[in-house]
Design a protein around this ligand. Structure first.
Ligand SMILES: NC(=O)c1ccc[n+]([C@@H]2O[C@H](COP(=O)([O-])OP(=O)(O)OC[C@H]3O[C@@H](n4cnc5c(N)ncnc54)[C@H](O)[C@@H]3O)[C@@H](O)[C@H]2O)c1
Length: 415
């Protein structure tokens, strides 16, 4: 059972302007929750490439809605796992002291607090986020506002055996779960039977994943649950293809899935070989490059769907699509950004069942004093995986090759 005594002050990684020079640990008061708030202890928080977007853009970031961190510093961190330690009386029926929750950071709501800090007094805001204008998770404690709980964005951890890091990583993984559920295939068993809509990747079909960065690897892992006959992964980086082979070759064999690892210059031949020249049923573009998004349509066979998972920069966002192929071959494109609490819930179940192994992706571990170094490593693309921070520990960032519940327990026991 976690120690639930609450100190008067805590350390938090705060942004006090723009740029990395404005990021640092500060001692701040532990807030007392008002009746409509909940105070949580942060068990684990992970770094994400988008932490750097708010650091670089400050008030100009779209999720800041004009809030200036130079005037009102914000605590960073939006992927994490927390334990409720003090529950305001309005939430006593819903949130239990001592219970762990995974955090869905994107809150589809207007802010309940500090409206004067937003441009236009916050009028018209429909989405806010933890680690932006709502207190973030690179801190020992976090106060949770009512809109977070009202939108079901504290997601109860379904299994006490799940390690903290796995719950924290459920957020980025849930974006992949959500994305694959945005794909729809219109199927028909025979010409004289009705059409049906199948949600998700085509079972028995060919799935192509472009890019084997962390998100591409998660796409491969979750694609396996749809049981395609073949998964092709195209990635120019040798080390990343090797990681994909190490993680998935045996599991694909066990599931009778043919896993093909290839490079962009060999991709056409690999697709022709795997599909008998028909083209793939699903393509997932797990990178944000315009030319590759455009090219992804060429890989599709009849009825194929390309999933534009990586976002493009605003000034580089127009792509060309062969409308004759949409018309004659019924190819289509889908996309999504982020996830819902239901996706986190589903991801936690998949992790509990062993269908997703988030520990494989952990490449660095540290205490709260290492959070800034971790963000810096992500910024410099020195990380080959995810880094996780235990905010109640103080220890430097250590590289690891995967992580487990036992290792987490040992680390926390060392203190
Ligand atoms: N939609 C969402 O909800 C969501 C959520 C998180 C991240 N993303 C996006 O997902 C994308 C991938 O994220 P990541 O962290 O894995 O990025 P990453 O940059 O680590 O990985 C991209 C990979 O693509 C490879 N690549 C480059 N050119 C290629 C080519 N021609 N063919 C095949 N592979 C090629 C790179 O070598 C790299 O390994 C990013 O654009 C990110 O913004 C989307």
């Amino acid at each position: 059972m976690a120690d639930l005594r609450i100190p008067d002050t805590m350390m938090a990684l705060r942004l006090t302007g723009t740029g990395m020079d404005s990021v640092g640990l500060q001692e701040v008061e532990v807030p007392h929750p008002e009746p409509d708030q909940v105070l949580c202890r942060v068990e684990c928080a992970a770094a994400c490439a988008s932490d750097n977007k708010i650091i670089d853009q400050g008030a100009a970031h779209s999720l800041m809605h004009g809030w200036n961190p130079a005037r009102w510093p914000v605590t960073l961190g939006h992927e994490g796992c927390v334990t409720a330690v003090e529950v305001g009386r309005n939430w006593e029926d819903k949130i239990q002291v001592g219970r762990r929750y995974a955090v869905q950071p994107a809150i589809p709501s207007a802010p309940s607090r500090h409206r004067e800090r937003y441009a236009g007094e916050g009028r018209g805001i429909r989405k806010i986020a933890i680690g932006y204008t709502l207190p973030g998770l690179f801190a020992e404690y976090v106060v949770i506002d009512p809109e977070v709980i009202g939108c079901s964005c504290l997601v109860p951890v379904p299994d006490e055996a799940l390690p903290h890091y796995a719950c924290a990583l459920s957020e980025p993984i849930s974006c992949v779960v959500a994305a694959q559920q945005h794909t729809t295939h219109v199927t028909k068993e025979s010409p004289d039977t009705p059409r049906r809509a199948h949600l998700g990747l085509l079972p028995g079909g060919t799935t192509l994943v472009l890019g084997a960065g962390p998100m591409g690897l998660w796409h491969v892992e979750i694609a396996m649950s749809y049981l395609p006959a073949t998964i092709i992964v195209s990635e120019p980086n040798d080390a990343r293809r090797e990681t994909a082979r190490r993680f998935f070759a045996q599991r694909a064999r066990d599931a009778a899935i043919d896993l093909v690892l290839t490079t962009p210059d060999m991709l056409d031949a690999a697709i022709a070989d795997a599909t008998g020249g028909r083209g793939v049923d699903d393509c997932i573009v797990a990178l944000g490059i315009k030319a590759i998004q455009e090219k992804s349509f060429d890989y599709l066979g009849m009825g194929g769907v390309t999933n534009l998972f990586g976002g493009l920069k605003a000034d580089d966002r127009m792509i060309q699509v062969d409308a004759r192929r949409v018309h004659y071959d019924s190819i289509s494109a889908v996309g999504s950004s982020g996830s819902d609490p239901s996706d986190i819930d589903e991801t936690l179940e998949l992790i509990a069942e062993g269908k997703i192994r988030p520990g494989n992706y952990v490449a660095a571990v540290g205490g709260l004093d290492a959070a800034r170094d971790l963000i810096d490593a992500v910024r410099a693309q020195r990380m080959e995986g995810k880094g996780v921070i235990y905010p109640n520990l103080r220890r430097p960032l250590a590289e690891v090759e995967g992580w487990s519940g036992e290792q987490e327990e040992e680390l926390l026991a060392e203190g």
